[in-house]
Design a protein around this ligand. Structure first.
Ligand code: AMP
Ligand code: MN
Ligand code: MN
Ligand code: MN
Length: 287
């Protein structure tokens, strides 16, 4: 079954390619009934996206995807139903965004060492006034012929041990969860299958996340395999955490899966939206 609820997506405010308006229009066209915009470290697109979503009769969920450093690894924590004006969240995200500029300079310098010229300006041109991310460097590297597509860039550049990598410290897990919870939101571990950690470390992460007030895990996401749906459904149940669904849509060329095509949760899962009053009685699946 296809899911008509999608709780993870990106606009131009972070590293997606569509404006918030175009993203929501596209979701509506694809039959999505409930959408969360979850830009990296920024909530700027939410008011515009909400207005457009409401004009289509969709339910819109305020979201964000916060960059976290945990045990020297980068993790992403999604916040759903946040108040985007909550001061500690606003200030925390502003600090992360300031760090992104510092890191971008470091990435550009690292790329210059292997002969890539103009990467800082090139990446900023792709960011179009939104946050600066490795995705924008990836687009510049593709433009200059260093790689064929985004996947190839992230195999050969910008990651640990490869040219263009620059170590950076994001928010702590504790900060991210506390900003989200403080803002009245629900903290969700994004795409756990993408973290290159062993089972023991994964259990420790989930345990710590729950102790801090985290409530859910993304079980179905664009970058998970069918096996990973099962693995993380089981882990969510084991830890009494709810389960979330998100395409993690960034735009056509970077899509794991098209908008509107993400699968429903395995039946054993408790949906993260199970007690959201605005969704009661809504049909959230299609064939
Ligand atoms: P940043 O937050 O600046 O480190 O950039 C991370 C972003 O790069 C992620 O949110 C993805 O959109 C993108 N990304 C990372 N790894 C990959 C990959 N292997 N394939 C495609 N996109 C990726
Ligand atoms: Mn991204
Ligand atoms: Mn992510
Ligand atoms: Mn994402």
């Amino acid at each position: 079954m296809r899911s008509l609820i999608d709780l993870h997506s990106h606009s131009l405010v972070s590293d997606g390619v569509l404006t918030p308006t175009a993203l929501v229009n596209y979701a509506a066209e694809k039959g999505v009934r409930v959408l969360a915009l979850t830009d990296h470290d920024d909530v700027d697109g939410l008011p515009e996206a909400r207005t457009v979503a409401e004009s289509h009769g969709m339910q819109f969920i305020n979201g964000v995807e916060i960059s976290v450093t945990w045990r020297r690894r980068t993790l992403h924590i999604v916040g759903l139903k946040i108040d985007p004006y909550h001061p500690p969240l606003v200030e925390g995200l502003a600090k992360i965004r300031a760090g992104r500029h510092v890191r971008a300079v470091g990435i550009a310098e690292a790329l210059e060492k292997i002969g890539v010229q103009g990467a800082l300006e090139g990446a900023y041109a792709y960011s179009k006034g939104g946050i600066i991310s490795r995705t924008h460097f990836a687009r510049y590297l593709i433009e200059k012929g260093y790689a064929r597509n985004t996947r190839a860039v992230f195999k050969h550049y910008l990651v640990k041990g490869k040219p263009g990598y620059f170590e950076h410290h994001w928010a702590t897990l504790e900060e991210a969860v506390s900003w989200i919870v403080g803002a009245g939101g629900i903290a969700v571990i994004a795409h756990p299958g993408r973290y290159d950690i062993g089972r023991v470390t994964m259990l420790e992460l989930i345990h710590e996340f729950r102790e801090l007030g985290g409530k859910a895990i993304e079980v179905v996401t664009g970058s998970h395999t069918l096996d990973q749906y099962k693995i993380f459904a089981k882990l969510a149940n084991q830890f009494s955490l709810a389960a979330s669904i998100g395409s993690d849509y960034h735009g056509k060329q970077d899509a794991y899966i098209d908008m509107g095509m993400i699968q429903s949760l395995p039946e054993s899962c408790l949906p993260v939206w199970h007690d959201w009053p605005e969704l009661q009685g809504m049909s959230l699946e299609a064939h």
